[in-house]
Design a protein around this ligand. Structure first.
Ligand code: ARG
Length: 576
């Protein structure tokens, strides 16, 4: 079977070979063929002629003609020249057939195979003894999508949930637990009770309370068995609550080491940083300065030890990189957090570079804030929007929308299942379809709409592909996996878009932008519906060869759509 090579790539190679015959000095790496914009009249285009005028000292139209004359296309595509010197390419029927066959026979639908290197993704990472709330949703959902992209491209991906399970808050929690605990409340809702204690501490905190909590923290750090047991109990009950949310979201981690895992590394690390001169003592604290040649600060200094000798979040993050490097030798390390941590990660990355770590690509995928429009969601407890309640609400609203829409007869259990697939899918997609770096205003009405760039629209499209398969089966027909005949413009547009799947996954992964995958899928759905309207499949009078070809196109569209949604962590129902 032929392996899948994107047509842009095949054409780029041929144009480069042609350009090389015109001049040995031509900068070939700048010569590229891309998909044409809609309405351009060709499938692909190349702007090389305009870029080469300086080297070749001729006008671009003339250069374009010389390139076309030197091209050896072997029937791959038909070239044309347009405007000031754009070379256009229209793929031949033979090429479309071969490309279709190559994509169809590929388990990974034409996605490129990575070098298999290890990539660590640090995501979700909530803090213990607090409920996950709407602020954690983006890290969890974006991180999980990136994890799926990386695995699909053939990387060894390690998802590490770096939970906040250490720090001053544990002195406060232990003090509060000993003083104010309500065992029955804890029994019923452990994290709720811990959160209440934490909030109460901060409401009542005075000097005496702070001293008492510091004493509890010191006992914990010294290994006092009672405090250690309390601390462990708080972690276990929090993790149990987090796991319930992860299960509903179908999010998995390979490790949940958490900050405390690195405690033993911290003091030796500080000593090492000071000994090597990377950090300096500053009134008892240890600080990493970032200076240019003139001795001016290029960035805010990074505090790695407080005056009282305590290590910090920052110190733990340096230790964590050393640990990950030693145990996993990753080629890339991705952190998914909100925008407020940008400076922290710039400082962290600069610090480990000073330590000589230069063979790991360090990426901070930061995201903007997520908010709800006023009054769209009723919270029972104050103004913190709880993630579990948000998911409940999404499922309930999805069910209400479905009751109005669905014509098939579904059992109650099937309706529940469908409401969950659509409600959870809608929440994820509302996040993932936005550029991570923009703020998202969450609207249930918008995300659950069956029109526009939403999960239900894509899921409905997938269900439509299935319904066509079912109706064909009733007539004894099914996709044969070979026949491809492209008669209609809508058909050509759909097929060429399907070919672009692998490149889209690759770019979304490299840039840390799941929204690029969402855009690909939305365009796929739009093109599918246009094709559906223009190209009858089972209608009387359609030639059998066209029916066969269209069933094949439908099958490929279905596979790509289901796979693409799956890469976003979204399920595709077969009926809805
Ligand atoms: N626990 C932190 C928070 O809630 C996020 C941790 C991100 N990961 C890291 N290695 N710093 O803000």
């Amino acid at each position: 079977m032929p392996s899948f090579q994107p047509l842009e790539k095949q054409l780029t190679d041929r144009v480069r070979a042609a350009v090389a015959t015109l001049s040995p000095d031509a900068p070939l790496d700048r010569v590229n063929v891309e998909r044409s914009k809609a309405g351009r009249g060709s499938d692909f285009q190349c702007a090389a002629a305009m870029q080469l005028t300086k080297v070749l000292k001729r006008n671009p139209r003339q250069i374009a003609q010389e390139i076309v004359d030197a091209l050896e296309l072997d029937g791959l595509a038909v070239p044309d020249i347009a405007g000031p010197g754009f070379i256009g390419f229209t793929a031949s029927a033979e090429t479309l057939r071969a490309q279709y066959a190559a994509q169809l026979s590929d388990d990974r639908l034409g996605a490129p195979q990575s070098d298999g290197s290890t990539v660590v993704i640090d995501f979700s990472s909530p803090n213990v003894a607090k409920r996950m709330h709407i602020g954690h949703i983006r890290s969890t959902i974006i991180g999980d999508a990136l994890r799926r992209f990386g695995l699909f491209l053939g990387h060894a991906v390690i998802g590490d949930n770096h939970i906040g399970d250490w720090g001053t808050q544990f002195g406060q929690l232990i003090y509060g637990w000993n003083t104010w605990r309500d065992e029955a409340a804890f029994e019923a809702d452990p994290v709720g009770e811990l959160e209440r204690i934490y909030v109460k501490f901060h409401a009542e905190a005075d000097e005496a309370l702070h001293d008492a909590s510091r004493a509890e923290l010191a006992k914990l750090q010294a290994g006092d068995p009672e405090n250690l047991a309390l601390w462990q109990m708080m972690i276990d009950s929090s993790r149990h609550a987090f796991d319930q949310v992860y299960d509903r979201l179908d999010v998995r981690f390979d490790h949940t080491f958490g900050e405390s895992h690195y405690n033993a590394m911290l003091q030796p690390l500080i000593t090492e940083l000071l000994d090597s001169g990377i950090a300096v003592e500053d009134e008892g604290a240890a600080v990493v300065f970032f200076k240019d040649d003139e001795g001016e600060d290029t960035m805010t200094p990074f505090l790695v030890r407080k005056k009282d000798g305590a290590a910090l979040y920052a110190t733990t993050d340096v230790a964590t990189i050393l640990y990950r490097q030693a145990h996993w030798t990753p080629s890339r390390l991705i952190y998914v957090t909100d925008m407020r941590q940008q400076l922290h990660f710039q400082q962290l990355f600069a610090t480990v570079q000073l330590m000589g770590i230069d063979d790991i690509a360090l990426d901070h995928v930061w995201f903007g804030m997520m908010s709800l429009p006023e009054g769209s969601f009723s919270t029972r407890k104050g103004n913190v929007i709880r993630l579990d309640e948000l998911l409940d609400e999404a499922e309930a609203r999805a069910r209400a929308v479905l009751v109005d829409r669905v014509r098939d007869d579904f059992s109650e259990a099937e309706m529940d299942e469908l409401a969950s697939i659509i409600g959870i899918g809608a929440v994820k997609y509302a996040d993932l379809s936005n550029n991570p770096q923009s703020n998202v205003v969450f609207s249930f009405d918008k995300m659950l709409s069956f029109e526009g760039n939403t999960a239900p629209y894509l899921q409905y499209t997938s269900a439509r592909t299935h319904s066509l398969v079912r109706r064909a089966a009733e007539k004894g027909l099914e996709a044969d996996g070979t026949t491809i005949r492209i008669d209609d413009e809508a058909e050509r547009a759909l097929l060429l878009h399907l070919f672009d799947f692998g490149r889209s996954v690759q770019v979304a992964w490299e840039q840390g932008k799941p929204n690029l995958m969402a855009t690909f899928l939305y365009e796929l759905a739009t093109k599918y519906h246009r094709w559906w309207a223009a190209c009858p499949v089972l209608k009387d009078g359609v030639e059998p060869e066209l029916t066969a070809s269209r069933l094949n196109l439908n099958a490929l569209a279905q596979r790509v759509l289901v796979q693409g949604l799956g890469l976003l962590g979204i399920r595709s129902p077969e009926r809805m």
